[in-house]
Design a protein around this ligand. Structure first.
Ligand code: SF4
Ligand code: SF4
Length: 463
């Protein structure tokens, strides 16, 4: 039988190697013999299996069964999604209830919460209209997600309450489950708001960047006063009696990446249930990292990954969400035909009822795809996403990480390439090394027989 190789990548790990099937998203431990066979034969573009010596043939048959070899001409390659966008149900809506903020964070991508436009709050009726749209456009989807966002959303409690109340009423009426989350800077969390959050089982993400000196250097008010003391005081009430997970949402600048381990454990000590760490978006050129800083970021993530493995050996889940989300996808073999849900079942609504493909692209006119009144125009979604992905397909086609990354975050790409004028691919090396780290951790968990532990992670898979 004439065969050809499907795309794959071999990673050397302790005591052996892992074979990753790019299009299938599969991972296998391979022994030395299999590695040798791969080295001998994988340079051949096509392979006549019947001509292969028997000693290698058995292993090649196993690789064919695992879809690393395909009959010539029948190789499956995961293609970028080009189907009918109109047929995709709306499953996640991000509601910008306040294009305003009481902080003046040094790295803010939303220009002080305003998204570059006059300060404005969403009116409660538009909030209700948005929630109705989410439910009406969700097709057969049983669970939808409403993300309450800003600026600082707690500046506009009337709209928050209107959205949550409408979501509950429609959930009762339709039987759909509405998962509500709220992202806040944490400075305005008084007892009334905390009671509201608890009684409505809202999952809260608080932006907190670590110990006081580090956090306050990033997140102060307009007068330059840090917000750490206020947030940590408010946090106590939020954590006490929490009915949903309270997550820390960390943003770190390149010169802070060497403190990742300290930041993570500080936030765990404060009582957060989950911690996710994001490298800052380079909204200004000086926020672009150099090679040494990128290495520090990766090393920080590697240290947390080792801590994660050590905890897993004791059947404890270290709540490092960056890694958990990646491990869950690897465990499910979940590959991507699009980089994220933006525009594909995921929309953001601004304070005027405008629809955008993603919350981080709110205010960028080329990513406006409709209004709550007219609905999102599938042709506009296609145009907006084509614009931001054009020129990347060629670069990604030959990348082993393409079905995990699929081109990366549109906002980050837009920022780097269209606004800062950088060449595409500047963060690819980091992206691939991060995925490799995740693959190595996953392999280690599998090797240690932590199947039950891995199943616990499945629930975490996101779009
Ligand atoms: S790592 Fe870079 S080349 Fe690879 S898929 Fe992602 S964006 Fe494309
Ligand atoms: S990955 Fe980027 S573009 Fe996609 S939804 Fe998230 S922030 Fe938006």
């Amino acid at each position: 039988m004439l065969c050809e190789w499907t795309d794959h990548k071999v990673f050397g790990v302790k005591d052996g190697a892992i074979l990753f099937g790019v299009d299938q998203g599969t991972l296998f431990f391979i022994d030395q013999q299999t590695q040798d066979v791969l080295t001998r034969w994988s340079r051949e573009t096509t392979l006549e299996l019947d001509d292969v010596p028997q000693a290698d043939r058995e292993i090649l048959d196993d690789l064919r069964d695992a879809r690393f070899l395909a009959p010539f001409g029948a190789r499956h390659r995961l293609q970028a999604f080009d189907g009918d966008i109109a047929s995709i149900p709306l499953t996640t809506m991000v509601l910008e209830v306040a294009q305003d903020c009481n902080l003046a964070c040094t790295y803010c991508y939303a220009e002080g919460g305003s998204y570059g436009r006059p300060l404005r709050l969403l009116d409660p009726e538009t909030a209700r209209q948005a929630v109705r749209k989410l439910i009406n456009d969700s097709g057969d989807t049983e669970t939808v997600t409403l993300v309450i966002f800003g600026g600082e959303p707690l500046l506009n409690m009337p709209a928050v309450e209107a959205a949550v109340t409408e979501a509950q009423a429609l959930s009762l009426e339709t039987g759909k489950k509405v998962f509500v989350s709220l992202t806040t800077n944490g400075t305005l969390l008084d007892q009334d708001i905390v009671d509201f959050v608890h009684s409505n089982r809202i999952a809260v993400a608080v932006s907190l960047d670590g110990p006081a000196d580090l956090h306050d250097a990033n997140r102060s008010d307009v007068n330059g006063f840090g917000s750490y003391a206020t947030i940590t005081r408010n946090l106590e009430g939020l954590l006490k009696g929490a009915t949903s997970a309270v997550a820390a949402r960390v943003t770190l600048k390149p010169d802070q990446w060497q403190r990742i381990e300290e930041v993570f454990f500080h936030l765990l000590e404060l009582g957060f249930h989950e911690v996710g760490i994001a490298p800052v978006s380079p909204v200004r050129l000086e926020l672009l990292p150099d090679a040494e800083q990128e290495e520090a970021l990766l090393q920080g993530f590697a240290v947390l990954s080792r801590a994660f493995l050590a905890a897993a050996r004791q059947n404890r889940l270290l709540p490092f969400t960056n890694l958990i989300d990646l491990l869950a996808r690897l465990h499910l073999g979940q590959t991507k035909a699009v980089s994220c849900g933006a525009g594909y079942g995921y929309l953001a609504v601004d304070t005027e009822g405008g629809l955008f493909v993603c919350h981080r692209l709110v205010g960028e006119e080329s990513f406006r795809v409709g209004t709550l009144d007219t609905g999102a125009d599938p042709a506009e979604i296609r145009r907006a996403l084509d614009e931001v992905t054009c020129g990347r397909q060629e670069m990604c086609r030959s990348c082993w990480a393409r079905t995990l990354c699929c081109g990366g975050c549109h906002y980050e790409n837009h920022l780097r390439e269209n606004l800062l004028g950088l060449a595409p691919g500047g963060s690819c090396d980091f992206i691939r090394r991060w995925f490799q780290l995740g693959i190595e951790v996953y392999a280690e968990l599998r090797r240690s027989g932590a199947e039950e532990f891995l199943q616990r992670l499945e629930k975490r898979v996101k779009c």
